[in-house]
Structures are given as C-alpha cells and as structure tokens.
Design a protein around this ligand. Sequence first.
Ligand SMILES: Cc1cc2nc3c(=O)[nH]c(=O)nc-3n(C[C@H](O)[C@H](O)[C@H](O)COP(=O)(O)OP(=O)(O)OC[C@H]3O[C@@H](n4cnc5c(N)ncnc54)[C@H](O)[C@@H]3O)c2cc1C
Ligand code: FES
Ligand code: FES
Length: 447
Amino acid sequence: MADVIDLAFTVNRQQVRLRTRSDKRLLDVLREDLRLTGAKEGCGKGECGACTVILDGQAVDSCLMMAYQADGGDVQTIEGLAESGRLHPLQDAFIEKGGVQCGICIPGMVLAAKAMLDRDPEPDAAAIRAGLAGNLCRCTGYTKIFEAVEEASGVGSLKIPASSMTPAAPGYFRPRTLDDALEVLAQRSGEVRPIAGGTDVLVQAKDGTARRASLFDVSAVPELKDIREAEDHVWIGAGSTHTEMMESKALARWVPALPQACAVIGGPQIRNRGTLGGNLAHGSPAADTVPPLFAADAIVELVSVNGRRDVPIAEFFTGVRETVLAPDELILGVRVPKRAGLRAAFLRLGQRQAQAISKVSIAVAMVFQDGRPEWVRVALGAVAPTVIRALETEKALMSGGYEGLKRAKDAVRAEVHPIDDIRSTQAYRREMAAVLLERAVRALAEA
Ligand SMILES: Cc1cc2nc3c(=O)[nH]c(=O)nc-3n(C[C@H](O)[C@H](O)[C@H](O)COP(=O)(O)OP(=O)(O)OC[C@H]3O[C@@H](n4cnc5c(N)ncnc54)[C@H](O)[C@@H]3O)c2cc1C
Ligand code: FES
Ligand code: FES
C-alpha cells in the first residue's frame, strides 16, 4: 500500500501544493492530479521522450521520476509555454516549418528543444541533433523538426525564469541529509531501496521487477553531490549526474575517459538524471562509467550507519547485476588517484549513437615516457559478466610499438568472454574489442 504525501512545487510559474499517493511518478501527478496532459506516456522507460518536461532548467523524462523527487522544484510543461495568448517562438516555428504531424511527440520535442536553447541559444546542426537525441518522432522524419529548432534559435533568450518554493518535505521519501538517508536504510533494511536518477530502477518498475512504493530518494542528499579535487585524488559524489561529470573540468583533466563515457550515455534527459552511484549499483556489465573507473584504479566509498569502507572498483562487482553493496549501504562516492601525464580514452559500440546500450566498450589509460608506454590500463565492458581489466593486453602494450599493439590485439581477443545476445554476437564483440583497442591506443599515442 502506498502512503499519502504532501508535495509543493512550482508548475508553470504557479505555486502548487497537493496531497497524493507516494508511488506516483511526476508524469502521473502532472496528468492525473493537475490535469496537465501535454506530457504523454509513450514507452514509460525513458526511450521516447514523449513525457519530457523541464525541471529546474533541465529536460527530464517525467516517466522516470517519482513525484516527490520534484518537491520544492520548478516544473515547466508545454501548457506553460504560451504567454498572454501568444505561442512561444518555438511553437510558432514548429507549425511554420511543418514539424507537427500527429502531435504525440511534439510537447516533449518542444520542451527538449527549449531546454537546449536555454543553455545554448545558437546551436549548430550537430548540437540540435544531440539536444533532441532523447526524443523519438514516428511521423516527421525529423528534418522539419530540426529546421524548426534552427528557425527558433538566435531569437534571443527564450528563458522563463525558474521560481523557487519551500519544499513540503514528504517525510522519509526524500531525506535531506546523509544521516537521515542511512537511518531510513537501517530501519527499513530489505524493505526499501534508494532511487537517485530513477533511470534504471523505474524501468525495472515498469517491467515489474521493482516496486515504486518501496523507493526512497537520495538525490537531495548533499553529501552525495559534488566533484572535488584533493591533493592526490579527485572525489566524485555518487549523486553526480552524467551531465555534471561530462562538464567537469577536474574530470576532463584527471580521468578524461569518464566524461567521454558520460557524454555518450542515453540522451540528454537520461544524462540529466542518471547518476554515477546508480550506474555502479545497477551492476550491468555494459555500464559505461565503469571501464573508465577500472582504468583509473578507482576506489568506491560505501557508507552505512555502522561506518565507512573502501572497495577497489575491481572488487565491487561480483557478477551480472551483483555487487558487494549491502542492503543497508549507500555508495557515497568514488575516489580516483591523480596520475601526472595521464592520457585516456573511452570508446564504445552501440546499436545507434544515442539511447543505446554498449555492445562492447573500452577504456584505455596510458602514461608515456620519451614516447614509450610507462603505465597502461585497459578495461572492457559488455564482454564478460562484469567489466574486466585486460592484464595480458596491458603487458603487451607495455612493450610498445607496432609489434606490441599487434600482440595486444591478440591478447584482448583471448581475454574477453562475450556472449551471443539480442544486441550482438560473440565473434563480432571479440573482433570489435581488438578494433576499439587499436583505435584507442593510436589516439593516445598521437595525442
Ligand atoms: C533510455 C536509456 C538509455 C540508457 N543509456 C545508458 C548508456 O548508454 N550507458 C549506461 O551505462 N547506462 C545507460 N542507461 C542506464 C542508466 O541511465 C544508468 O545506469 C544510470 O547511471 C543509472 O543511474 P540512476 O541514478 O538513474 O539510477 P537509479 O535508477 O536511481 O538506481 C539504479 C540502482 O542503483 C541504486 N542506487 C542509486 N544510487 C545509489 C547509491 N548512492 N547508493 C547505493 N545504491 C544506489 C538503486 O537502488 C538502484 O538499485 C540508460 C537508461 C535508459 C532508460
Ligand atoms: S514515456 Fe517514453 S520517455 Fe517517458
Ligand atoms: S509528429 Fe507524430 S510522432 Fe512526432
């Protein structure tokens, strides 16, 4: 049975307070409680973008958020774009360019475009495509939509200022300190499960393998946020989103493969909500943040009411979707040692560019001394039950030169243990591991 909770947030500049069921997603509250039906449920799994709204200035999939995660926030829906009876310039452009056909995808498209233009008022063609990569349209063929966004760009700021509102604080569902979050986990151990970005757990709920009523939100816990540089390491809070990691200067300098990986995860809505902690705890062998962390010798910091412990990343995963995380523990963050002169690259192969799970991924990190490799790490995703480090491949690369690379390619073919599945065959994954290795090593040697 779901509880009843109070929520307070701003929706289209109106302050809204309401009492609702705790197991509702933001999409449900918008459509059922507030009768704002512009946001649609297409897939319910973060794949189509039909449910896109803007939360605190970012495009998000409202099907992948619990309503209490928006408590105290600022929500913009399609119903709030027109002002004083006049359509928003983006809406005008969609109509003028013929970007609207059946209309199902359009509220989500317009809001994803608006969030993009609010950040970058004059995007080029590639940026427009990337900004809309989380939204599907089954009618227009996209060209007219891209033209509409281009037409609306450069007309000056289209931003609607965000408003703030004191949260209603819906009890244990949204703790605001680490101690409170750990207390919830300790007292209800086995009964409750954290939700951060919701981009894995709410897909599981849709598939019937997780219960929305058992979730509680850790995304408002300040101790899980932040990316900080210390003298000998960089600390990345578990609650850091892929967008935050992608934009971090400290990570670009000290763990460059990680922001490269974050940049190709999902589409903008997934990157705006999905977190490092969720990517690790989900335990998928295809999780894209993991190979860069293997290649950086990262340490995962876990915390419970009983204290903290450190786990080297290579010991964190025990099988497909299995980790050493205890039911009363949270991932606090990840520590990555700084290494002078480090060069690193992440490459992956997916079914398509956006919204695709990796078929093979690789992170290579190297330090060169006088043109020769002095330190090497190679980690691969989606080619074994967990992400793996390829030790023989590393040894071969240490010998340097073309011969070293050739032996490393043979070694990596032998070290991966891929499976045949719906996304790819074993043989293709094995060969592509060698191809991606060569591309990454060549790029680093020439950098
Ligand atoms: C359309 C789509 C595309 C995607 N594309 C990619 C992709 O390209 N690459 C990729 O790697 N992933 C992808 N994902 C998966 C997902 O977005 C990522 O794994 C994301 O990082 C999960 O983070 P989250 O915060 O949303 O996790 P949530 O769904 O909130 O949680 C996932 C799991 O982690 C646990 N958890 C969350 N935070 C903590 C914490 N601090 N401590 C302990 N446990 C915690 C939860 O209890 C849950 O078991 C995609 C998902 C979708 C829906
Ligand atoms: S309904 Fe498809 S992404 Fe939310
Ligand atoms: S206009 Fe019909 S799905 Fe996009």
